[in-house]
Design a protein around this ligand. Structure first.
Ligand code: HAM
Length: 430
């Protein structure tokens, strides 16, 4: 019986695996450049952790199960709740600010589509313990630093930024009650993701009053932070929230990434826990779903029983990113092969054990070496060495039997020399 792979999952054959490693190595490099340190947590947690704080959308996409001890658990759909739990557990011992990154494998039972799968990798970068927009700017910088380093320019990707703090103040002045806010955010987050008619319908369900609804629609049409000044109209809370956004843009300017960043009031975020600056990164043609999303979540640690402490960060998935890098020709050629420094071939069966011994010795000194499973037919062995893209080839032939010398062939140039094996080891090591 043939068993197919599960819907929404991927098989990482070596060529695909090299793309995954290329992406993840780049993420780790960018994290380290900005002085973030790596952490990880378990791949499953108590179900209630996500039901409580991730929001309805994620809660409806959980891979949940009951273990043999009757515990209700779920495979992690995101790592932010785990991060909050882990930091809370050692809150007094951890030096602040906490600047951590992680690349967890996550599962969400979404409808699989272009750039969205049921299992994916997500780069997370978070700063805990800094109540300043500079921290929000630093996480955005880290994301852009990676995208820029991998070759994506500001014509390829854009960071769209807004603020839930600003939106909350504005919505409240327009007549939305505190307890309605989360439902309204969830609807506004859908604005650019669903057809206009469907959006009108769910907005009408969330905001029954037609006058308030039309004012909200007017607010959501604003295109710049300056235009929002008119909405603030002397309201100090609005002015403060706008000032914070202005400061953020000024930090991004100082960090040299302003060309990648723009204000977009439509960015609200689907997750429930955001409290301040929020952002998403898209390809500029907007043909793909978000590459990255994040923001400030100042209440999550306290909500999980810890102290009230500021936190901000983002998650960047590998799926949309890989599609974009492929489209732009920015992925390295993936051969699915290893990187053989030296292939050891031998003339006949008598020399086979010797070739294996030499390959093992080369490996022990840190050189990637390969040998043939079959002796004889040197032509075939050399063909295999070329197929493996071996840089050089050591051939054990008559010279080896007579006086311990081998032929060393440079596979790119085709040149060769006869050299004593001990001399060769010395050369290879240097
Ligand atoms: P999120 O917006 O749910 O945020 O996910 C962030 C990114 O993960 C998305 O922009 C997308 O690239 C990727 N992603 C999400 N779902 C899928 C999927 N089904 N398939 C492929 N990629 C996906 C969070 O997860 C927050 N916890 C991020 C965060 C960290 N906020 C603060 N710190």
């Amino acid at each position: 019986m043939k068993i197919p792979s599960v819907k929404g999952t991927r098989d990482f054959y070596p060529d695909v695996m090299s793309v995954r490693n290329f992406i993840i190595d780049g993420w780790k490099g960018a994290s380290v450049r900005s002085n973030f340190v790596e952490y990880d947590g378990p791949i499953f947690e108590y179900l209630t952790m996500y039901q409580q704080k991730s929001g309805d959308e994620i809660a409806s996409q959980l891979f949940a199960f009951t273990d043999r001890g009757g515990r209700d658990l779920a495979i992690r759909p995101e790592i932010t709740p785990t991060l909050a739990r882990m930091v809370n557990q050692r809150i007094n011992a951890l030096p602040k600010p906490i600047k951590w990154f992680s690349v967890p494998r996550l599962c969400r039972a979404e409808r699989p589509q272009k750039g969205r799968l049921r299992e994916f990798f997500q780069w997370n970068v978070d700063i805990i313990g800094v109540d300043d927009v500079l921290a929000d700017a630093e996480t955005i910088f880290c994301a852009v630093d990676y995208l820029r380093q991998v070759g994506l320019t500001s014509s390829d990707v854009a960071v769209r930024i807004s603020s839930r703090k600003m939106l909350a103040v504005m919505l409240k002045t327009l007549g939305i009650a505190d307890e309605q806010l989360n439902a309204v955010y969830a609807v506004l987050d859908k604005r650019s993701k669903i057809p206009a008619e469907a959006f009108e319908k769910i907005l009408a369900e969330a905001i029954a009053d037609e006058v308030v609804r039309s004012k909200v629609a007017e607010l959501m049409a604003v295109e710049s932070v300056e235009q929002l000044d008119l909405f603030a109209a002397g309201n100090q809370k609005c002015i403060d929230a706008l000032d914070e956004l202005k400061q953020l843009f000024s930090c991004l300017e100082s960090m040299g990434i302003a060309d990648y960043c723009k204000f977009d009031i439509g960015i609200v975020r689907g997750l429930a826990y955001y409290t301040g600056v929020v952002f998403e990164i898209y390809d500029t043609s907007s043909s793909l779903r978000a590459i990255c999303g994040g923001g400030r979540y100042d209440n999550l640690l306290a909500d999980f029983g810890g102290p009230k402490i500021s936190a901000t960060g983002f998650g960047m998935g590998d799926c949309v990113l890989a599609i974009l890098l492929e489209e732009k020709g920015l992925l390295p050629k993936a051969s699915g092969l290893g990187t053989v420094d030296c292939y050891v071939a031998c003339l006949d069966e008598e020399l086979r054990q010797k070739s294996v011994k030499i390959a093992a010795k080369l490996r022990a000194s840190g050189i990637c070496a390969e040998f043939s499973y079959k002796s004889g037919n040197l032509g075939k062995q050399l063909k295999q060495a070329s197929a493996l893209n071996a840089k050089s080839c050591i051939i054990l032939g008559q010279e080896f039997k007579q006086d311990g010398k081998v032929v060393l062939k440079d596979m790119a140039e085709g040149s060769q020399q006869i050299i004593a094996i001990e001399e060769l080891f010395k050369q290879m090591q240097s």
